[in-house]
Design a protein around this ligand. Structure first.
Ligand SMILES: Cc1ncc(COP(=O)(O)O)c(C=O)c1O
Length: 373
C-alpha cells in the first residue's frame, strides 16, 4: 500500500525545532501535568507520588468507565458504548477510514483539510472527489457542488469542522443539509472535530454524531484541551456497524490506549469547563491580535477565523508559499505552514493559539519580510 508524504507533518518534522516564533503550532498553549492536576483542585506532589503504586497493565482495553463517560459528556446524546478511545485523532481518522473504505468506493473530501482524509482513502484505491472550499464562500461547503459530487457508490463524506487551516465553522442548519445529502445516497459523514468545543460566543457547538445517525465524530485531547502529549483521541458514532468495524481493527493496531493517558484524559474531561475557560481567554485574545495585524497590514488579507486555532492568510507578493515559509524560518526564525501543504497557493497557515507575545513578534517579523521582498 503506497501512500503520499503527509505534507504538513513532514514540514513540522523538518522545521519545528528551528523556530524562535512557533506559529506552526495548532494546539492551544499546552499544559504541564502539574497545571492540570492543580486545576483539578488536587496537590500535584501527592497525586504524582500516589501514581508510583500503579501497576502498568494494559488497563481497560476499551477505555476506563471514567474516560468513556467523560468523552460522551462532550456530546448531547451519546452512550459510553458508542465511544472508542484511540491513539490521538490521527489514530481515530486512520481507524475509521481503513475499517470502512474499500477500493470500489468513492469518498468526498473537503480541501483544505487534514491530509489523512484524502491520502489514506487514495492509498486504499478508493476514488476521492475533492470539494474545494474557497474564501469567496467563507470556506464553507457549497451544497450544490456537494450534491453533484455524491452518487450511489459514495461511502463517506469527510469534513473537518472547525476547519484546519481556515478556522471556519459549519453552522448547524448547514450541517443538517449536509446530513440530508449524505442520507440521500446512504453515505457516512466523518467529521474531524478535533477543534470543536470552544465557540466564540459561548454557544454549544453541535457534533455530527448527534445530528446524523450515520455521523462519525473524531475528537482529541490535543488541541482544545492543550494535552497533545497524552496521545488520546476518540471515535464516536451511533452507527453500530462503524463501532464494530473499528473495534475489530483496533484489536490489531491498538489493544488499549496507555493507562496514564486514560487517567489524565479522564481528569481533564471531568474538569473540562475550567480548561475551556483558560483556553477561551487565550483564543479570543490572540484572535484579536491577529485580526488587528491583518487590518493594519495592506500586504495580507484573510477570512476571519471564527473557530479552531488557525487562520489561512493570503499575501500579495508573487512567491510560492513554500519558498516564502523557508525564507521566513531561515531569515526571521518564524515558523508558519505553507499553503502548499494544503494544496493551496498564495497563502500561509498561522497557528495563533500559543502565547500572545510570540504571536505579535512573529507577525511583525513576517511584515518585515514581506516588505523586504
Ligand atoms: C484536523 C486534524 N485532525 C487530526 C489531527 C491529529 O491530532 P492528534 O494530535 O489528536 O492526533 C490534527 C493535528 O494537527 C488536525 O489538525
Amino acid at each position: 500500500m503506497k501512500i503520499k508524504i503527509f505534507k504538513v507533518e513532514q514540514w513540522m518534522n523538518d522545521y519545528e525545532n528551528d523556530a524562535i516564533y512557533n506559529l506552526g503550532e495548532t494546539c492551544i498553549d499546552s499544559m504541564t501535568l502539574g497545571e492540570l492536576i492543580e486545576l483539578s483542585g488536587q496537590n500535584p506532589e501527592a497525586y504524582l507520588t500516589a501514581l508510583k503504586d500503579k501497576r502498568m497493565t494494559y488497563g481497560h482495553i476499551h477505555g476506563s468507565p471514567e474516560l468513556l463517560k467523560g468523552i460522551a459528556s462532550l456530546y448531547k446524546d451519546i452512550l459510553p458504548s458508542q465511544v472508542i478511545p484511540t491513539h490521538g485523532a490521527i489514530g481515530a481518522n486512520h481507524q475509521v477510514i481503513i475499517s470502512m473504505i474499500e477500493p470500489k468506493d468513492n469518498m468526498v473530501s473537503v480541501m483544505p483539510t487534514y491530509q489523512q482524509h484524502y491520502s489514506i482513502p487514495e492509498s486504499i484505491g478508493a476514488e476521492v472527489r475533492i470539494l474545494q472550499l474557497t474564501p469567496e464562500n467563507n470556506f464553507l461547503l457549497d451544497l450544490e457542488l456537494l450534491r453533484s459530487l455524491v452518487d450511489k457508490n459514495t461511502k463517506m463524506i469527510t469534513i473537518n469542522n472547525p476547519n484546519n487551516p481556515t478556522g471556519s465553522w459549519i453552522p448547524t442548519d448547514v450541517m443538517m443539509e449536509i446530513a440530508e445529502i449524505a442520507k440521500s445516497v446512504n453515505a457516512y459523514i466523518l467529521s474531524d472535530e478535533v477543534y470543536r468545543g470552544i465557540s466564540e460566543d459561548g454557544s454549544y457547538m453541535e457534533s455530527i454524531a448527534d445530528i446524523y445517525e450515520k455521523g462519525i465524530s473524531v475528537g482529541s485531547m490535543s488541541k482544545i484541551f492543550s494535552l497533545a502529549g497524552l496521545r488520546m483521541g476518540w471515535i464516536v458514532s451511533k452507527d453500530e456497524d462503524v463501532i464494530n468495524a473499528c473495534l475489530l481493527r483496533r484489536d490489531y493496531d491498538t489493544i488499549s490506549c496507555g493507562q496514564l493517558d486514560d487517567l489524565f484524559a479522564s481528569l481533564a474531561l471531568s474538569n473540562k469547563e475550567k480548561i475551556f475557560d483558560r483556553n477561551k481567554k487565550i483564543l479570543l485574545k490572540n484572535r484579536k491580535i491577529l485580526d488587528r495585524w491583518v487590518n493594519e497590514t495592506p500586504e495580507v488579507s484573510y477570512v476571519k477565523p471564527v473557530a479552531g486555532t488557525t487562520a489561512l492568510v493570503y499575501y500579495k507578493n508573487d512567491i510560492p508559499s513554500y519558498e516564502l515559509c523557508i525564507k521566513l524560518i531561515k531569515e526571521k526564525g518564524v515558523l508558519f505552514t505553507p499553503g502548499s501543504c494544503f494544496e493551496m497557493e498564495g497563502c500561509v497557515r498561522i497557528g495563533y493559539a500559543f502565547d500572545s507575545k510570540t504571536l505579535k513578534d512573529g507577525l511583525d517579523k513576517f511584515t518585515e519580510l514581506l516588505r523586504e521582498i
